[in-house]
Design a protein around this ligand. Structure first.
Ligand code: ZN
Length: 322
């Protein structure tokens, strides 16, 4: 191989040796070195891409293990969630029923779910779906747990007040059995005795001689004691816990508004005042402003057989005294 490079000179017709300046030699050398490094580096990147290093292999393994752990965590969260749902179900259908509290609506129990995605930043990163899913699940559990805690707080309060509540809720007959001459009419739709139209009878009519003692059916405060159109001389008792009782058509009122009364206390005497066709007591039980069948609140007085009989009579549409 020839040493050096030659160029043909057309004028002198001879080959002339090309002389490189030291600067040019340096430049060429530099270009070679740079090219070498660039090529080398590219090969290294390719190598690393296809053949991970020991450290990378370890990281990949750790990644896989983490993913597995997240999956296990998610399964456990699922179990916790179903336990919590079962507790919520029992809370609504047993505890809150025992204490006559309304169930917590599902919308409240699950309030605040959905809406803004707080993990949108994370979601865009690879392998983050499982992290986001777990975080969302935990948030949901946290909220459910919070609502459940509040509910149990109120149930505990109700339990503490239960004694008071049991004394207050209407639970006896407003007239003594020995005084009762009949059970004239029950709760529900029937023909009105005076207006002769099909009307809701919001209470029960118990017949007894004029002047028979009428008893408060639970502890409470007299909220109204006066003559009212229709009801005649009547007494309303507020028992708290959303309960109110009404005693109508009295011949005499024996309590005053604001007066505290105990269950079994005499509050008035049977009469025939207001819209009434004969001496009787019209008795109503209201729960949360809605009238309910008072028969369901007589349990203290009656044997199961008597209760069944009362219930049978009380829901049979019949003539009322109003
Ligand atoms: Zn009536």
């Amino acid at each position: 191989m020839a040493k050096g490079k030659y160029r043909f000179n057309a004028d002198s017709l001879i080959y002339e040796k090309i002389e490189y300046s030291p600067k040019r030699i340096l430049t060429i050398g530099f270009v070679y070195i740079i090219s070498f490094f660039v090529l080398g580096f590219s090969f290294m990147l390719l190598w690393l891409n296809f053949f991970p290093s020991a450290q990378e292999k370890q990281l990949m393994q750790e990644n896989a293990e983490l993913r597995m752990q997240y999956k296990v965590l998610n399964t456990k969260l699922g179990t916790v969630q179903s336990v919590l749902e079962d507790i919520a179900h029992r809370d609504n259908n047993i505890y809150r029923v025992i204490f006559e509290a309304d169930p917590i609506p599902n919308e409240v129990r699950t309030a605040g779910f959905g809406g803004v995605n707080r993990y949108a930043d994370l979601e865009s990163k690879p392998n983050m779906e499982i992290v986001v899913e777990t975080a969302n699940r935990l948030d949901k559990l946290y909220k459910m747990l919070y609502v459940q805690t509040l509910s149990f707080d109120s149930v505990i309060n109700l339990a503490r007040n239960k004694e008071d509540m049991l004394r207050s809720i209407p639970a006896i007959q407003p007239l003594a059995d020995r005084d009762l001459t009949g059970f004239a009419s029950g709760f529900g739709y029937r023909i009105h005795p005076i207006y002769k139209t099909y009307k809701m009878h919001t209470g029960i009519d118990l017949t007894a001689p004029l002047g028979t003692k009428i008893y408060a059916t639970g502890d409470g405060t007299v909220s109204l004691a006066r003559f009212e159109r229709g009801y005649g001389k009547c007494v309303f008792i507020d028992h708290g816990y959303n309960f109110e009782t009404v005693y109508a058509h009295m011949s005499m009122i024996l309590v005053k508004p604001g007066q505290k009364v105990k269950r079994g206390e005499v509050i008035g005497l049977v009469g025939n005042t207001g819209v009434s066709t004969g001496p009787h007591l019209h008795y109503e039980v209201r729960k949360g402003k809605k009238t309910v069948n008072p028969i369901n609140y007589f349990m203290n007085d009656l044997s199961p057989e008597e209760y069944d009989e009362m219930l049978r009579v009380s829901i049979r549409p019949s003539q009322t005294l109003d």
